[in-house]
Design a protein around this ligand. Sequence first.
Ligand code: 13P
Ligand code: SF4
Length: 316
Amino acid sequence: MKTYEALVRTDTDPELSGLVERIRLLKERHHAIILAHNYQIGEVQDVADLIGDSLELARYAASTEADVIVFCGVHFMAETAKILNPSRKVLVPDLKAGCPMSDMITPEEVDRLRRENPGAVVVTYVNSPASVKAKSDICCTSANAVRIVSSIPEDKPVIFIPDQFLGDFVQRATGRKLVLFEGFCPTHMRIMATDIDRAREEHPEAFVIAHPECQPEVARKADVVSSTSRMATAVRENPARKVVVGTELGMIYRLQKENPDKEFIPACTSCDCANMKVNSLEKILWALEDMAPEIELPETILHNARKALDRMIEMS
Ligand code: 13P
Ligand code: SF4
């Protein structure tokens, strides 16, 4: 069975500590910081200056004084950092770290939805390309989607893109009907309601957490549905010794590290985002050596996408 242990190398590996030291020296030389999403492999999380969910990482990137941001996550997250702080150099260890959900939506689809829903406010989940954010009114993450949608006057129709399941979660939380797009996360899609039923049967005392990208039948069966960082808080605050984790497997590394006395059970052992796993210590080192690959965006996209992201940051 594949668990979080399979995703980390032992820290007794001398090659690993050599890499960590070389990264530290280059970080100092270039006045760089390393930001890592909660799903990154353990050794990448361990070398990061900040580990967080999309919102925390975006806020930190927006205000950092560092000259260089090495963003360990997926492409849209690094783009978000660049849009919010365009004078910084944003490096990604591997340009191939994309997000299939983000690739499901295009600027043309936004135009079509606006034509079909005149006067609607377009709320765009950050898991989207910069070109789509540039056509949106306001962005959101899983941590603030409910608050952002609630802030929109009741008489305004809302188009919510691209994640239909986060959209469904927001609909249930706000009681508002949204115009949804049919995007989804192929990784979270793998968790089935029967996985939660089985886990509850096997571990009746467990606390069950799930991400709002899960299918609604899964989300409805969880005790807490939240962003990845709020999951970490919920687990810390809940007395249960066993936790069933309904999200991407990388999350378990952070949870286990912060709660060594608790047992974490993946709701589904194939809930593994390959894109989140392409970053490594070697690639971080090479990025710092070469000052590449770098996120670059056309000026108009930077400018327009920033408006939608700034509105989100102001409300968070
Ligand atoms: P969070 O913002 O909750 O960390 O989620 C990001 C993501 O891509 C989940 O699949
Ligand atoms: Fe995208 Fe899903 Fe991977 Fe998150 S887990 S980066 S939404 S494919």
